[in-house]
Structure formats: C-alpha cells, structure tokens
Design a protein around this ligand. Structure first.
Ligand code: C2E
Ligand code: CA
Ligand code: CA
Length: 760
C-alpha cells in the first residue's frame, strides 16, 4: 500500500513535469500562470513524497521536509489564486490584499522552516506499524498550525468564490471551462480536509494535484469550445451581407439567411422559393458535375432591379458522397451602378448629358465604319458666348447650353450622334439626307432669341463638312467643319458655311506665310516697289510704296497673298515699320542727290494703330533720316478712320503737328459717309479704283466721281485717282478736275532701280 502510494506519487510528479514541459513550449494565454502553478504542485508533491520516504531516526530531516511541504502549500494556493484571477479575468481591485497574503505566506513559510528546530507548528512522531504494516510519520499539529490552515483555506475559498461567480455569469457553453477546475479544486480541498479530520496516515489530496494540473493544462491549451465556433459561424452566416440558401442532399431547403430572405421574399414561404430556385437552376445547368458555378444575375426587389452574383456550391463528404449544396447571393447593385455611373461620367458631358469628346470619337468611328450612305458633320458655335455668361451670369449660359443639347437630342435621328466638344461647340454626325439647313438655322435662331428687351442678340454659326473619306481622323473632320465656321466668323449676315477644299489650301498658305515671315523679314526678302503718281500736267509728283515678297522659291509674291494673313495674326506692324524705314531712307538718299521734289506714300494698316504709337514712330524716323517731312505721305484707309474716329483723329493731329501729310486711301470703298470728311483732318483724298472698274452703270459711277471731285475741291483737298488704266479714264478725270493719277496706264509698281531709271 505504501509502496503503491509512493509509486503513484512519482508517476504523477513525472506526468506533471511532462505537462509543464508541453505548456512551456506553447505560446498560449496565461502560460506563465499555468507554469508557476504546476511547478509549485510538482514541488509540493515532491516534498511530500521525500518526507514520507524519510526513515525513522532522521527526525530533523523529516521535520524539515514536512515543513517544506506545508509552506509550499501556501505558495501553491497563492499561485492557484493568481491563475484563477488570470483565467477568469477577475483581478482584485487593488494590490493590497495580494501583498498582505504574500507577507502572511512569507511569515508562515519562515515559521515552518524554524519549526525544524522549535517544533512550534507541529511535531513528528514515528507512527507505529499497525495491522496494515505501514510505518509512517505521525504529525502532531500544534495550535499555531491552525493559522496556516486558516490562511490556506481562505485563499482557496477566495479562488473558489471567483470560480463560482464566473461559472454563474458565463454562457452555458463556457460553464464547463470553469466548473471542471472548480470541482477539481474542491476535490483537492475536500480530500485534504477529510484527511485532516480523520487524522489519516497520509495526505491523499496530494494525489489529486496531478489531475488538477492536467485539467488546467487541458483547458488552457486544448479545450476549444466547438459550440462557440458553431454559434459564431452561424451568426456570421445569418448576419452576412451575402445571401444564402442551403439545401440537403435531396434539395430540401435547410436554411435561409436574412439577406436571402430580403432579396427573395415574396408571397410564398421562403423555403418554397428557395427550393424552386434550385430546381430552376438545374433546368438551366443540366451538367451538374461542377462543384462551383458562379454567374451574374438580376432580381427585381420592390420594383427595383438588383444585380447579384450567384455562386452555386456543392458539398461532398470525404468519400465523395453528396451532402448538400448552397447558393450565395452577393448583391453587387452598388458596384454595378457605380461602374455604370463612372462609365457614364467618362463618356458624357456632365452639363448637357450629350456625349463628350472621347466617346464622340468612338461613336463616330463606329457609325462611319458601317456607313452605307453619305454623312456630314455639323458643328455649331455661338458668337460671343462669353458675353452671354458675362451679361446674364454663367447659370444662364449653362441653361442655354442645356436647351441647345435638348434641341439637338430631340432632332437626333437614327444613325446620328451628337456631342458637346468644348464650351459652346456642339457637333453632330448625321446622314447627309437628314441635314436640313433651314430647320437647323431656324431652331438655332429660336434658341438664341433672348427676347425683345435683351441688349444683346447672340449670333451663331454652323459649319458643315460633307465627309468624303470615312477613314479620315474624326478630329480632322471636326476641324474642317470649324474651318468652315471660321470663314464666316464676324460676318453677321451669315449663319452657315460649308467646308471646301480651297479652305484648307488657304489655311496651309496662311501657315506658310506665318511660318516664314520672321525669317523673310530678317533676310530682307521684302522689297519696296514704287508706283508713280502723276500730276495732271504730266509731271511726276512721287510714288506709292508697295511691298513685294521676293520669295527664294516662289519668286515675286503680291501683298494680297500675305498682308491679310499678317493683319489677322497681328504681325503687319513689323512689316510696315520696315517699309516706312525703306521709304524714309530712300527719301534721304534722293535729297542728297538733289531729287527732293519726289514724295513717297506709305500705307498704314488699320492694325498698326493697335500695336504702335504711330506719331512717335514717325517722329523717330524723321530724327534718324534726313528728309523733308512733307515728302513722306501717309496713307490711311477710310475703313480705319471709321472704326476708331476719336483715337485716330488725335493721332492724325499729332502727325500733322510733326509735319506729315495724310492721304485718305480707298475713299468710297467702304461704308464711309461724306460727312466724315468734315471731321477728319486729311490732306489728300485717294479715290478707290472701284469707281473706274467696269460696272453696269458707268453713268452713275461717273456722276459720283464728278461730285466727289468737285466737293473735295471745295474742301480744298487735292485728289489722287488710283487704278487708272486707260486714256479715256484720264481724259474724263482731267475734265472732272482730278489733280493726280496712279495706275497701270502710267506704270505698274516697279522696283526702286527701275523707278529711278525711269523718273529720276
Ligand atoms: P492699295 O493701298 O490700295 O494699293 C494699290 C493697289 O492697287 C496695289 O496693289 C497696286 O498694285 C494696285 N494697282 C495700282 N494701279 C492699278 C491699276 O491700274 N489697276 C489695278 N487693277 N490695280 C492697280 P498691291 O501692290 O497688290 O497692293 C495691294 C494692297 O496691299 C494695297 O492696296 C495695300 O492695301 C496693301 N499693301 C501693299 N503694300 C503694303 C504695305 O507696305 N503695307 C501695308 N500695310 N499694306 C500694303
Ligand atoms: Ca495705298
Ligand atoms: Ca488704295
């Protein structure tokens, strides 16, 4: 019996050592508490085992060992307390009780060590062998030992209370986690109490330490509450945003989660709906060998279309037998809608809802790739759209654009596509037969009618390009329609223009002019030609300076080709400055040669008034070159005078003060009124050649000429007639009293050398 007890104790100690070494290797929660507790149990059990093995006669050793055993029970219950606190997450509110317990346990421990010599806690006596034949140490407890008991039992009681509290408060599935430790602890304590009360030869409760240690190890390490997992899993499924129908092996519905109910709820029971869904699915998917099938579907929920991704999944057991199956429904409505919206944003103009540039290009290509009839591209542009924004606010501007878009949309026919390209530029591709010029312009006029009281009447332009080559880049087609618009821009009498090939040639020519201009000017490719001006007595009075571009490749280029382009591009002043300087230089040269009676007239472009301080320029010129100022005559066209009367009058006064003579060029060509003459301080009137050109009513022209000449006589203004080509014209003009002539009849413009040879 004794041997069996010792053997059992040794086996249990070893098993606890194994336990502690396993726990030590695992990174688990509360590991240090578990390790400390089991280590202490091992120590306590070992002390006890050694104690009972001490043979009689070694009283001091036996007393020391049993003292160690008693004091280790103090620390064993303290570690049990620590473990329980950590395991149940119930910590004492302050550290004080722990400290007190620690001090008491310390005092108790010292007391047991001293007891080896003092025997104040207990005494050992050799227990006589009784009928069982076992010899044992009989422990005679002294009154102070009661203090130890009280301490140990109080600590255990505290731990038990915590365990009981936790047990009561825990959900059912966690109860055995606490109850097993609680009952094992109770068993240890109970057996201990029983042995004490019965004054047993041995403390059999030591045997139960091992089972308590193993139990603690098990719960700390391995116990996985499966029910918790199940509960959590089923909650996840129930609350999932993915709807679910689950079926058994016969296709009977065994579960439907909330989301699926929400998606499919109808008049029938949801299980019926689910079972029909499965049956329908199999009708569509005859091949049921696949374990997982996923596809996009739609359902109508409360009249709203929902986009769902359905996954069908089959479940088999380890032997491949069918267990059941399930559907998962992922509501992708938001994603699909976002995607659609994004796509819409990427392809549409947000203000008008028409296509944007990029989408227009794609659509046009698609339509033209299949085109079986002629197509045209129509672009519209509102003149001074900025003014609408400024006068009425950008909201009004936006509204106008939206109305225009609505109008375009409402007229859009099959095979047409429209877009807002940029700002107020709209573009439509349509079959040529659908384009109705009248309807288009009428609609636009209606659209832009801002009402009687509006201070501003917007004008619009339409550019039409008849597509000849469907493989042409879309933006080239668009550019061609815009090019057509550019030909009528600023012309308020016109609304619509068609693209013609010459337009492109003209544009290319313009580009060539602009591209080569600076270099040509720097390289001296521009030359001053002179056309003589003859007085009515036959003597030469001077010449008009007319520019010629002697191009290295093209040869002589007339100003009609490049002057309008340079004017449009705001570059004409550079050329004029050059020409004026040429004229001034020539006059200086003539003066030194004694030919100071000849004058030169130079042209001043309307645009020069914007870019130059003309009086200052001519004043500098007079300082730089030595010539008689009244010999450099300045030709200003009549139209320039009308555009900026006040500013120009001031300039002319300044030029007069400097001593220059002013000629009004092209008189009678524009919308000038004779009345203007009284305000303008000019010296010579140069009548436009238009009056001499062959017209149906030569009589009327002549009458006007006669009257203009006589009127200017009265005003004291000498007259030059330009474009004189025939003797008859000269005769007629002489009769009418014309003072000077310029024209092919006398000479064409010529280079300076030829002029000098002929007239100097
Ligand atoms: P413009 O100032 O009216 O010049 C007279 C134009 O009539 C010249 O054309 C001249 O060659 C042409 N002409 C002269 N006599 C006759 C004639 O009997 N019959 C016909 N049919 N034409 C005649 P051109 O040289 O081609 O110059 C055209 C226009 O270019 C000029 O008209 C002028 O406005 C502008 N221009 C010429 N040189 C310059 C310049 O240096 N600066 C500026 N700003 N404009 C210039
Ligand atoms: Ca002129
Ligand atoms: Ca002229």
């Amino acid at each position: 019996m004794f041997r069996a007890l010792v053997l059992l104790l040794i086996v249990l100690i070893i098993s606890m050592i194994v336990c502690v070494s396993i726990v030590n290797k695992k990174l688990i929660k509360n590991r240090s508490h578990v390790v400390h507790l089991i280590n202490m149990a091992i120590f306590t059990a070992a002390c006890y085992t050694v104690f009972i093995l001490v043979p009689f006669g070694y009283d001091t050793l036996a007393t020391f060992m049993s003292g160690l055993y008693f004091l280790s029970t103090d620390w064993l219950v303290i570690y049990l307390m620590f473990f329980v606190a950590a395991y149940t997450h119930i910590q004492p509110p302050s550290k004080l009780p722990r400290r007190i317990i620690g001090i008491l346990a310390g005092v108790d421990s010292i007391s047991f060590l001293i007891n080896t010599f003092t025997h104040h806690m207990f005494k050992l006596e050799a227990g006589s062998s009784d009928q069982t034949g076992i010899s044992y140490w009989n422990i005679q407890l002294q009154p102070p030992h009661t203090v130890h008991r009280i301490l140990v039992y109080s600590i255990v009681l505290y731990s038990l209370c915590i365990l009981i509290y936790r047990l009561i408060k825990s959900p059912v599935m966690f109860k055995n986690k606490y109850s097993s430790i609680l009952f094992q602890t109770l068993a240890v304590v109970g057996l201990n109490v029983f042995c004490s009360v019965k004054n047993a030869k041995f403390d059999y409760s030591v045997i139960l330490y091992a089972s308590l240690a193993i139990s603690i190890c098990y719960f700390a390490l391995y116990a996985l509450p499966k029910k918790v997992l199940e509960k959590i899993c089923s909650t996840i499924v129930e609350d999932s945003v993915i709807g679910m129908f689950a079926y058994d092996n016969d296709g009977k519905c065994v579960g439907v989660n909330e989301m699926a109910k929400d998606l499919f709820a109808g008049d029938e029971e949801i299980e019926v709906i689910a079972e029909r869904y499965l049956a329908d699915w199999f009708k569509e998917h005859k091949d049921s060998s696949l374990n997982v099938i996923g596809e996009e579907r739609t359902v109508i929920k409360n009249g709203e279309k929902k986009y769902i991704y359905v996954t069908y999944q089959k479940y088999l057991d380890e032997k491949g037998r069918r267990l059941g199956c399930c559907f998962q429904f992922e509501d992708r409505t938001e994603v699909v809608m976002n995607f659609k919206e994004e796509k819409y944003r990427a392809t549409h103009d947000m203000l008008t809802g028409l296509l944007n540039r990029e989408a227009f290009e794609i659509e046009v290509k698609k339509i033209l790739a299949k085109a079986e009839e002629p197509y045209c591209m129509v672009c519209s542009n509102i003149q001074d759209f900025k003014m609408i924004n400024e006068l009425y606010g950008s909201d009004a501007g936006d509204k106008l654009l939206m109305t225009q878009a609505d109008m375009i949309r409402s007229k859009e026919e099959e095979g047409s596509v429209s877009a807002r390209i940029y700002a107020d530029k709209f573009c439509t591709l349509m079959p040529r037969r659908s384009f109705n010029e009248k309807m288009f312009t009428e609609n636009m006029s209606k659209l832009l009618d801002l009402g009687e009281e509006s201070p501003f009447k917007p004008h619009f332009y339409l550019g039409v390009y008849d597509i000849t080559d469907v493989s042409e880049p879309v933006w080239t087609m668009y550019d061609k329609a815009i090019l057509a618009i550019n030909t009528i821009r600023g012309n308020y009498g016109k609304y619509i223009a068609y693209y013609k090939e010459e337009l492109l040639e003209r544009i290319l020519e313009e580009r060539e002019v602009l591209g080569g201009f600076d270099r040509a000017l720097a390289e001296g490719q521009f030359h001053m030609f002179l056309q003589p001006q003859i007085a009515n007595n036959g003597t030469i009075v001077g010449a008009e300076a007319l520019v010629r571009w002697i191009h290295p490749e093209k040869g002589l280029v007339n100003p009609g080709v490049f002057i309008p382009t340079l004017e449009k591009a705001g570059l004409i002043h550079k050329l004029d400055l050059y020409m004026w300087e040429c004229a001034a230089k020539k006059l200086e040269e003539w003066k030194t040669q004694g030919k100071e009676d000849l004058s030169i007239s130079v042209n001043i472009s309307t645009k020069d008034f914007f870019y130059l301080d003309i009086p200052k320029t001519f004043s500098k010129l007079a300082q730089k070159y030595d010539f008689d100022i009244d010999k450099l005559k300045l030709e200003i066209t009549e139209s320039a005078l009308i555009e900026n009367v006040l500013a120009i009058m001031k300039t002319l006064d300044e030029l007069h003060t400097l001593g220059y003579d002013i000629e009004i060029d092209d008189f009678g060509s524009g919308y000038s009124s004779l009345g203007m003459l009284k305000d303008i301080n000019a010296d010579i009137l140069k009548i436009d050649m238009i009056f001499l050109q062959e017209t149906k009513n030569i009589m009327r022209s002549n009458t006007i000429l006669k009257n203009v000449i006589s009127m200017s006589k009265e005003l004291g203004m000498p007259i030059i007639m330009e474009g004189v080509e025939t003797k008859e014209q000269v005769d007629f003009l002489m009769n009418a009293g014309c003072d000077m002539f310029q024209g092919y009849y006398f000479a064409k413009p010529m280079n300076v050398e030829n002029f000098e040879q002929a007239y100097c």
